[in-house]
Design a binder for this molecule. Structure first.
Ligand SMILES: Nc1nc2c(ncn2[C@@H]2O[C@H](COP(=O)(O)OP(=O)(O)O)[C@@H](O)[C@H]2O)c(=O)[nH]1
Ligand SMILES: [Mg+2]
Length: 465
């Protein structure tokens, strides 16, 4: 990730494809010069170049590859008071892909270069306009898939987390100052600040940091793989679906009910997360000891799962429907979440048999044989796991993952400092722990960062943001 702020960068800032409007964004110290090469202002916009305030101007774009001048609105931020913290401009024009491409190409010919992923937001961060929590929130807002996730991202973008952590940090810096001042007079036995006062201030900071640490841990415990269990009557096609999802013939598939007698697990990569997928057996009457054990295992798998995918064969006989329904309800009670899937849909010509049943109507119809709706199933699983996870935490997922270790370290340092205070240890030790906590908080907010961290965050952005 380039950290050079001097280049003038350009990118399409509106979604790709044809639209009523398209936006081309430019940022960098030479913004005005580059823009001036193409922009022909209308008479009342003549003074755009000398403007000291952000404003909208109108005019035309002169592109050598396009004969007719193109009407355009120019948004111009002449100073550091822009999103990126440097001069910035946007051309708002008709959203025709070749026209937008030509505009970008011309701007590049006149001295700009194509922006990399997230480079506008990276500049906002590097110029101090936003901190890392807010930069992550920009991505969170763009990628939010539901209202709750959007609210969380907007709150993080608005600085709710920043101000909470910022306050803790300011308090700790002040406390450190008081303690260090006292260290200079240690010989004279002057106490600048009492131990109970230190303890009170440490406890206040610890409360906030510990809560955030727990929050980030509940969000996605380190290394934890969400467990998705495939369940349903024998012959529902669970093993076939399992094989199709993992793309391997791992489970034995057979028309003989009770073929899968144990359970099988495999890792399924879903977007950025790996989940554990489990094929269960024992959904029939226990005819022997092995089946009994399989049933026990099945119960354990379902209760320990994060999601059950209940498979009902679309061609299920009327006789078996009641049993399917009964077992499904039982499993729903034991599990934290359930998706209902109608399998073997290719075997029915007229679709789901019982359209009057609301649960069947809303079930996702799939065929592991033909691959029908398998992608949709993956997406449903992903969304289901995400929303179950999201509701537990106030942090954005990406932030929680990045900051988990730092929050835990900071919690640990602050509790060590508190213990040292209560045990009447020397102030040097307390100072050392506070410094270490401050370092961790600095990492979270982005005051302390490495290229790797920036790379990781900003490479997930799209170009133009
Ligand atoms: N036509 C068709 N047959 C399927 C499909 N899924 C499973 N089957 C067949 O249904 C039978 C039972 O499948 P299996 O995966 O062993 O079911 P399980 O007992 O639930 O694990 C096998 O003969 C499979 O070939 C499907 O989507 N379409
Ligand atoms: Mg099976």
């Amino acid at each position: 990730m380039p950290l050079d702020l001097d280049d003038t960068i350009v990118a399409l800032a509106s979604p790709p494809g044809s639209a009523l409007r398209g936006i081309v964004r430019v940022s960098g110290i030479a913004t005005a010069d580059v823009v001036a090469e193409l922009f022909r202002p209308d008479e009342n916009s003549n003074s755009w170049c000398s403007s000291k305030l952000p404003r909208r101007f109108t005019g035309q774009l002169e592109l050598s590859s396009i004969i007719v001048p193109v009407p355009v609105a120019l948004m111009f931020w002449p100073t550091k008071r822009s999103y990126t913290g440097q001069p910035m401009a946007e051309f708002h024009l008709i959203g025709s892909p070749p026209l937008l491409e030509a505009t970008i190409e011309h701007l590049c010919e006149k001295g700009a270069r194509l922006a990399r992923r997230g480079e506008f937001t990276l500049r906002a961060f590097l110029s101090g306009r936003i901190d890392l929590l807010q930069a992550e929130a920009v991505l969170g807002v763009i990628e939010a898939t539901d209202h709750e996730e959007l609210q969380k991202a907007l709150s993080q973008l608005g600085g709710r987390m920043t101000s909470r952590l910022g306050q803790v940090r300011a308090d700790l810096i002040a406390l450190l100052g008081d303690l260090e001042a006292g260290l200079d007079f240690v010989e004279e036995d002057i106490e600048f600040i009492t131990k109970s006062e230190i303890a009170r201030r440490l406890q206040e900071a610890l409360l906030v940091v510990r809560q955030l640490a727990e929050d980030s841990a509940s969000r996605l415990p380190a290394g934890y793989r969400r467990r998705v269990v495939l369940a349903g009557l024998p012959n529902a096609g669970k093993s076939t679906l399992f094989n199709r999802l993992i793309g391997q013939q791992k489970a034995i598939v057979s028309p003989i009910a009770g073929t899968t007698r144990d359970y099988l697990t495999a890792t399924l990569p879903l977007d950025s997360m790996d989940i554990e997928i489990i094929d269960t057996a024992g959904w029939e009457d226990a005819a022997d000891l092995i089946m009994e054990r399989a049933q026990e295992l099945r119960g354990e798998q379902v209760s320990a799962s994060d999601l059950v995918v209940w498979c009902t064969a679309a061609d299920l006989s009327d006789k078996d429907k009641a049993e399917d329904e009964q077992l499904r309800r039982l499993a729903a009670k034991q599990s934290s979440a359930m998706i209902h899937v109608l399998t073997r849909i290719d075997l029915t010509t007229e679709g789901p048999s019982d359209e009057s049943d609301a649960t069947i109507r809303s079930a996702l119809c799939v065929s592991a044989e033909t691959g029908h709706n398998i992608e949709a199933l993956r997406e449903t699983i992903r969304a289901c796991l995400n929303s179950a996870n999201a509701s537990r935490s106030e942090l954005l997922g990406t932030t929680a993952v990045r900051c988990r270790d730092s929050l835990q370290q900071a919690t640990q340092s602050l509790s060590h400092a508190l213990t040292a205070t209560q045990a009447n240890h020397g102030d040097e030790l307390i100072c050392m722990e506070i410094r270490s906590a401050l370092h961790e908080l600095g990492t979270i907010l982005g005051d302390v960062y490495t290229d790797d961290i920036l790379d990781h965050i900003f490479s997930n952005f799209c170009i133009g943001k």
